[in-house]
Design a protein around this ligand. Structure first.
Ligand SMILES: *Cc1c(COP(=O)(O)O)cnc(C)c1O
Length: 393
């Protein structure tokens, strides 16, 4: 198809802001613009909007509104949770081990690495299987009193696999170890009841569920100690200084409310399209393999590896042909490092370099996907042949 009809198949990277969310945000840029911390009427109006949003988010998460911390993004929520809990637990009881899965988003894995490098923590990986799912039955012996914090991704951004968060949470709760889950990909589609999930800390970012970029949430269970990482004014219970971004906070709350209210209908449109896509790719493209779990995966998420294909070249070819997809991670062109997540599944570096992620969303429709399959099939065949011939020469 021509460039004026570029099809977006990268909803795991970001989503468009829902028009209803835009409408909810608009009054808070120029009409109700006061600083929510100011005592006068302008400030109180803005504060009322922020507190209403907090109430909405608390309802969605089944928690108290004073357990909601607004942040600037999902990454910041992950940082605040992991660094904040690790430092507080070390101060409190000298704990210095951090347990994470080997398939975390960099917002968690790089934060853990920094805690190891600069702050003397020891980071260990929780066991996973070849679909990237946590082997929760093997975890208990690792949960000793010197563990400061445990973090496990709820729904994987690269491979779509869902984790048994509630089971891991129960094990941590029994041992009074703070448990964080990165739920940034889960926000759009999965239940977010923090009581049922047994989490102490849970991260969300609005732009993954049709809200604006630049705003996130950290749920922090009452009694969970976290050291603030942005110090200054006393906003957000002293955990996160900085004047509230009222329009974005309002937008996040409305987007989350809509995601929950419309969850069933969104699932019913996306699931059949996802399953059709996976079936077509595996059936029609020789050598194609699904990465991640075949059933326990995000309802909008399909991810593959193609042997002998350069994933970056594949992305560029698809882009030229009118389809915006992603490789495993937001892998920059010219950086041919295989994804750590795919390597952690046990894939060879060569195979991991041939990855493709196709994530569906609000504008996805069957005709676009029907046009996508032959385009993908031809691109894989062409690139595979190129690689083969260069080896032969
Ligand atoms: C996108 C994403 C993040 C980062 O969220 P931002 O709001 O973009 O900072 C963290 N974790 C996961 C699983 C994600 O998909």
């Amino acid at each position: 198809m021509t460039k004026d009809h570029q099809v977006y198949l990268d909803y795991a990277a970001s989503t468009p802001v829902d028009q209803r969310v835009v409408q909810a945000m608009l009054p808070y840029f120029s009409e109700v613009f006061g600083n929510p911390s100011s005592a006068h009427r302008h400030g109180r109006q803005a504060e009322a909007a922020v507190e209403q949003a907090r109430e909405t988010v608390a309802q969605a998460l089944h928690c108290q509104s004073n357990e909601i911390v607004f942040t600037s993004c999902g990454s910041e929520s992950d940082n605040l949770a992991l660094r904040g809990a690790a430092l507080a637990e070390r101060t409190k009881r000298g704990a210095k081990r951090i347990l994470i899965t080997p398939v975390e988003h960099h917002a968690v894995s790089h934060t853990a690495a920094q805690l190891e490098r600069l702050f003397g923590f020891e980071v260990e990986h929780l066991p996973i299987d070849s679909t990237g799912m946590l082997l929760v039955d093997h975890v208990a012996p690792m949960l000793t009193p010197d563990v400061a914090v445990v973090s496990a991704i709820y729904a994987n951004n690269e491979i779509g696999t869902l984790n048994p968060i509630a089971d891991l949470g129960r094990l941590c709760r029994e041992r009074k170890i703070p448990f964080h889950s990165d739920a940034v990909q889960a926000g759009a589609y999965l239940p977010l009841d923090v009581q049922a999930l047994n989490v102490d800390l849970l991260s969300l970012g609005a732009h993954k569920f049709y809200g604006p970029k630049g705003v996130g949430v950290l749920y922090a269970r009452r009694g969970t100690k976290i050291e603030p990482h942005l110090t200054g004014g006393g906003q957000e219970g002293g955990l996160r200084a900085g004047t509230h971004n009222a329009p974005y906070i309002v937008g996040l709350a409305e987007a989350l409310r809509l995601a929950q209210a419309e969850r069933e209908s969104r699932l019913q449109t996306l699931l059949p399209m996802r399953d059709w896509l996976i079936q077509q790719v595996l059936g029609q493209i020789p050598g194609a393999q699904l990465s991640g779990h075949p059933q326990w995966r995000l309802p909008n998420h399909a991810s593959f590896v193609f042997p002998g294909v350069d994933g970056n070249k594949l992305l560029m070819a698809l882009d030229v042909e009118g389809f915006s997809c992603s490789s495993g991670s937001a892998c920059k062109t010219g950086d041919p490092k295989p994804s750590e997540v795919l390597l952690a599944l046990g894939l060879s570096p060569e195979l991991a370099l041939g990855s493709l992620r196709v994530t569906l969303g609000s504008a996805t429709n069957p005709p676009d996907l029907e046009r996508f399959i032959p385009v993908l099939s031809a691109a894989v065949a062409r690139l595979g042949k190129l690689a083969g011939s260069s080896v032969a020469i």
